[in-house]
Design a protein around this ligand. Structure first.
Ligand SMILES: NC(=O)NCCC(=O)O
Length: 368
């Protein structure tokens, strides 16, 4: 069985470069010499040790402005493994994940996190690789009164936190969708977005489960900032990122479930490039751990095993990025940002002003 190799790139680099080399490396690779780590509370560090999850926090500064006050937002990303083996009763599996993620959300709240994003299909193993449907049906749920919203809504209200909950949705016509539900700081559903681009590559064959999303590119104007969600495979499509920018997003989250064979080498590039190209913050979130499924059908019985590489990270509109969370362990990444940076970068680089969208619209219309 494959397992996590625990070779976090950041750790390899830090242990092998001297301090001068490290500064140079950081300046070019991360966009700044120092990572501007946030000082975390003692209780956070203790919870991280006791509950066995990594916690990191970073701040991104913006220039002071005369006419606008800073718009400080603290957001968090959670990456985690499943807890129980996939043959256990589904409710037990889900409840065990709820318990684990609930504790991480508690810590995020104690650090003042205002918006938190969970990973793709966070409350279940990523069973879509099995190509089986019926035995997993109970992981597919209502966005308005399914188990995930029932669990998260009280937390959102308790902590005045916006929670982004990526689930598998069962709609009123019994149709499945890969959906994120945005829960506002009062614990109410603000809206949802359905995955626009579905993979049909190797063991990622999602087109037999659900249809491409029909919700366009919504931006949610939350109490804390304008956010959007580009679900997993959608990160490979530049126009998907662009539309969220044109609709006014200041932070775009990319909750994912992905394994090394599917582009670990460009995981660190795509969301980062999107941040630069669109002058907003981006956050990539990927699960960790090995998930093993026994697939039995009338033709065969086999085991499928997949290991996810975590490595969640945040990029600012000026291209500065955080180090990644671990490839192997559960983690919470906290980013403290000044949303004024979005307009400052737009003013500086003028990428949107020079984007010539009308020219591309004409050319796209003319493509046969
Ligand atoms: N969940 C998902 O869309 N995975 C596809 C593989 C990838 O794009 O990394």
């Amino acid at each position: 069985m494959e397992s996590c190799t625990n070779e976090d790139l950041d750790a390899i680099i830090e242990t092998n470069l001297n301090s001068e080399q490290l500064k140079q490396f950081n300046r070019i690779f991360y966009g700044q010499e120092d990572h501007c780590e946030l000082k975390l509370r003692l209780s956070t560090l203790m919870a991280s040790k006791n509950e066995n999850f990594q916690v990191c926090g970073y701040s991104f500064a913006a220039s002071k402005e005369e006419a606008r006050s800073p718009r400080i937002l603290k957001f968090g990303l959670v990456q985690h493994s499943i807890v129980l083996p996939t043959h256990k009763p589904l409710k037990e599996q889900r409840d065990a994940i709820f318990q684990k993620v609930g504790k991480i959300i508690d810590v995020a709240a104690s650090e003042g996190v205002q918006i938190i994003c969970l990973q793709e299909v966070w409350s279940a193993p990523f069973f879509l690789c099995t190509r089986e449907k019926n035995e997993w049906i109970e992981f597919v749920e209502s966005p308005t009164d399914g188990p995930s919203i029932q669990f998260l809504a009280p937390l959102a209200k308790k902590y005045s936190m916006v929670i982004i909950s990526p689930i598998l949705e069962l709609d009123e016509n019994n149709v499945w969708w890969n959906t994120v539900v945005v829960i506002n700081e009062n614990g109410k559903v603000m809206g949802k977005h359905r995955k626009n681009h579905l993979p049909s590559v190797g063991s990622f064959s999602e087109t037999s489960y659900y249809s491409p999303g029909n919700t366009g590119h919504p931006v949610f104007d939350t109490k804390y900032g304008k956010i959007a969600i580009n679900i997993c495979y959608g990160r490979h499509q530049a126009l998907n990122w662009l539309m969220f920018a044109l609709n006014g997003a200041e932070v775009v989250f990319n909750p994912a479930a992905t394994i090394s064979e599917f582009g670990e080498s460009f995981w660190g590039i795509e969301a980062r490039n999107a941040a630069v190209a669109n002058s907003y913050f981006t956050a990539g979130i990927n699960r960790v751990g090995t998930e093993v499924f026994t697939v039995k059908n009338k033709y065969e019985e086999k085991q499928i095993s997949r290991t996810y590489y975590g490595s969640s990270y945040v990029t600012a509109p000026n291209g500065v990025r955080t180090p990644s969370l671990s490839k192997c362990s559960d983690g919470l990444l906290i980013a403290e940002v000044d949303l004024n940076l979005c307009r400052q970068v737009k003013d500086h680089w003028g990428f949107n002003m020079t984007s010539r969208l009308d020219m591309y619209a004409k050319e796209l219309n003319a493509v046969k």
